[in-house]
Design a protein around this ligand. Structure first.
Ligand SMILES: C[S@@+](CC[C@H](N)C(=O)[O-])C[C@H]1O[C@@H](n2cnc3c(N)ncnc32)[C@H](O)[C@@H]1O
Length: 249
């Protein structure tokens, strides 16, 4: 088993693969000034098992194309969407976010929660802009510094994990430099990190280790997860996911 297969095996049975909540998905949606009763075309990029995809389907009309690299996550989303009767409205595509099979000006909304970092914020917003209609909306959540300075330990940790981490003002400037105007911004709540993401993760650690016979790889993965949680508890005043709601000019 490769490390990626191990990670997918851990996350395929969790409701979310990153911090978030349906409350905050709806909060972001409320910044969008678009007739939500019209049949819209929406892309949800890096959808994982689709917690936010389902919330979008429940709160918007139209078609959602949900994209992820891993079929295990898409299978979960497809089952859930069938259970809820959304199978005609949510279509899944197994593809990389860097190589999307879309036309220019195809979408009213491009959504991506906690996933754009996989190709990098700036590269992502540049490339995905092509697929948005004029005046269409880009909504992304992205790890963000919430203060102007921070302790060295957490600065080094995140710079190592994701060198594009920055403050909201810098991210908004990047959006502006690339032909968007930001119509809304907010920071994910602590509840979205702890109750919706870290607590369910912690609950799964021991069964996961058992399933993988306490392999070195599984132990390293769990240790890495525990360390991430400790860091969040200690330094949560300094970073979070920022939700950026931007309109294509
Ligand atoms: C942190 S998870 C967020 C998932 C989901 N949006 C959520 O908030 O629960 C990041 C997602 O990006 C997907 N991903 C990683 N690299 C990708 C790529 N190159 N193209 C498409 N999806 C990718 C992962 O499989 C994972 O589902």
């Amino acid at each position: 088993m490769t490390e990626i297969e191990l990670i997918v095996d851990f996350y395929k049975d969790t409701e979310r693969q990153g911090p978030g909540s349906s409350f905050e998905t709806i909060k972001a949606l409320n910044f969008i000034n678009i007739n939500k009763d019209h049949k819209l075309k929406i892309a949800d990029i890096g959808c994982g098992s689709g917690a936010q995809t389902i919330t979008l389907a429940q709160n918007l009309e139209g078609q959602i194309i949900a994209i992820d690299l891993f079929p295990e996550f898409l299978d979960k989303l497809n089952s859930r969407s069938e259970e809820l009767g959304f199978q005609e409205r949510i279509k899944t595509i197994e593809k990389s976010m860097e190589d999307l099979p879309f036309d220019n000006d195809e979408f009213d909304i491009i959504w991506s929660e906690g996933a754009i970092y996989n190709m990098g914020f700036e590269a992502g917003i540049k490339k995905w802009k092509n697929y948005l209609k004029s005046s269409g909306y880009l909504v992304v959540s992205e790890i963000t510094w919430t203060t102007n300075s921070r302790p060295k330990e957490i600065e080094e940790y995140w710079n190592n994990e994701y060198p594009e981490i920055d403050t909201a003002s810098s991210k908004i400037r990047i959006l502006e430099e690339n032909g968007y105007t930001t119509v809304g911004y907010f920071v994910l709540s602590e509840n979205s990190w702890i109750d919706n993401y870290y607590k369910p993760m912690e609950k799964r650690f021991s069964a996961f280790l058992e399933k993988h016979n306490n392999s070195e790889m599984a132990k390293n993965f769990v240790e890495f997860g525990k360390e991430e949680i400790r860091k969040y508890q200690k330094y949560k005043d300094y970073y979070s996911y920022g939700f950026y709601i931007a309109k294509k000019l």
